[in-house]
Design a protein around this ligand. Structure first.
Ligand code: HSE
Length: 393
């Protein structure tokens, strides 16, 4: 027999409404008792008695055994999650920023309280990657986990590359569809996929790295010249997070745009779709594909967590508890394309080797080898207007 879930839900935005649409169609032995929202005056599609602005109406209601947290504000989401776990309630969250910034303490609180926190919807929308990393790849040596983790950036890149749309129009559409974060810099600046990468690293390798320490450079400095350069070489540019094992127990993590050839499975991942590419010692290469943003796809992942709670499911974080933990490293060489306008940049950023250099009146680039550590140290110089960096194979 499954446990009856009585739910208190925080937030009724794109994902909350998507989740509600799905729940309505099923008989799931669950009840949503209260929605906590910010603005009581907003017109809602459900009876106003279901809505409150008082968080305690959920957190202090002993009948509510499950909190579903789908709000934007990461600090408020953390506060709600901690209070709910400490009150003995299970929590489902899709807030990648809140999770990535606080994973270690949230794991400790779960161990102390015995409550369960699930967050499949926080990484790559509808793609069930967390539970797979946690359960299916429990004993596999994972060489790498990478892919397309941000629907909005991928949507923009698809529209720019395939339909010749302007970057700004494509971003506006991604916002209109509800794919983008309230602050879209989180998407196009590579922060959102970085938060997802930090969560993935925890479940793939048992490694916690504070997102502040992980490099993220996004697609917001992409220019027409970069698109033309890629097209001439039959390449596309995709925004790719990477978690990769090097030298046995060291893990490299970063988010960078990358030139992707036709032969790559990621080349065909378009619009708001995401793709997760897992390279493992024995299973070899596996690919997960699906919608990475939007109310219904993300709502379906949230619902999967809710229904898993009916049977008492918890993440066990086994990889985090192993005797020989892995370490984070930034000692890693990358081959990159760097477009710039001011030559003096090359005196300030140290390349280990420059293999190609092109200069014309309005388009200058180099291709060369640089360490991840150097990109992190010179991020302000590299991630600025007039400069675009992308990794090359
Ligand atoms: N803004 C996110 C994206 C939503 O575009 O992928 C899903 O996490």
């Amino acid at each position: 027999m499954s446990n009856k879930l009585v739910i208190g839900m925080f937030g009724f935005g794109v994902v909350g409404q998507g989740l509600y649409d799905i729940i309505k169609t099923k008989d799931l032995n669950l009840e949503i008792k209260k929605f906590v929202i910010k603005n009581q005056d907003k017109k809602r599609s459900l009876p106003s008695s279901l809505f409150t602005t008082d968080a305690n109406a959920v957190l202090q209601d002993p009948e509510i055994n499950t909190v579903v947290e789908l709000i934007d504000d990461a600090d408020a989401a953390y506060d709600i999650t901690v209070k709910a776990l400490k009150a003995g309630k299970n929590v489902v969250s899709a807030n990648k920023k809140m999770l990535a910034n606080n994973l270690e303490s949230l794991v400790n609180i779960q161990h102390e309280t015995g409550s369960s926190l699930l967050y499949e919807g926080s990484v790559c929308g509808s793609i069930p990657i967390i539970r797979n990393l946690e359960e299916y790849y429990d004993n596999e040596l994972l060489h790498s986990v990478s892919g397309i983790f941000n629907g909005s950036s991928n949507y923009i890149l698809s529209k720019v590359f395939n339909e010749g749309q302007s970057y700004d129009d494509a971003l506006k559409q991604a916002q209109d569809y509800g794919f983008a974060e309230t602050d879209p810099t989180l998407d196009v600046g590579g922060y959102d996929p970085k938060f997802k990468l930090a969560i993935v690293a925890y479940h793939a390798y048992g490694l916690y790295v504070n997102p502040d320490k992980i490099l993220n450079i996004g697609i917001d400095k992409l220019g027409d010249a970069d698109v033309k350069f890629a097209k001439e070489k039959n390449l596309k540019i995709k925004l790719l997070p990477l978690a990769k094992e090097v030298d046995g127990n060291q893990i490299v993590l970063y988010v960078l745009p990358k030139f992707v050839p036709k032969e790559s499975i990621l080349y065909a991942v378009e619009n708001e779709n995401n793709g997760v590419l897992v390279r493992a010692a024995f299973a070899d290469e596996q690919f997960f594909y699906g919608k990475g943003a939007g109310g219904h796809p993300t709502g379906s992942a949230v619902l999967s967590d809710i229904t898993a709670l009916r049977y008492g499911y918890k993440y066990e974080y086994k990889k985090h508890l192993v005797d020989k933990p892995v370490e984070y490293t930034t000692h890693y060489q990358l081959r990159v394309y760097l477009r710039f306008s001011d030559e003096s940049l090359l005196e300030k950023v140290n390349f280990d080797n420059i293999e190609e250099r092109y200069s014309s009146k309005d388009f200058n680039y180099i291709i060369g080898q640089i360490s991840l550590k150097e990109i992190i140290e010179k991020k302000e110089l590299i991630d600025q207007q007039g400069v675009f960096i992308a990794q090359m194979d």
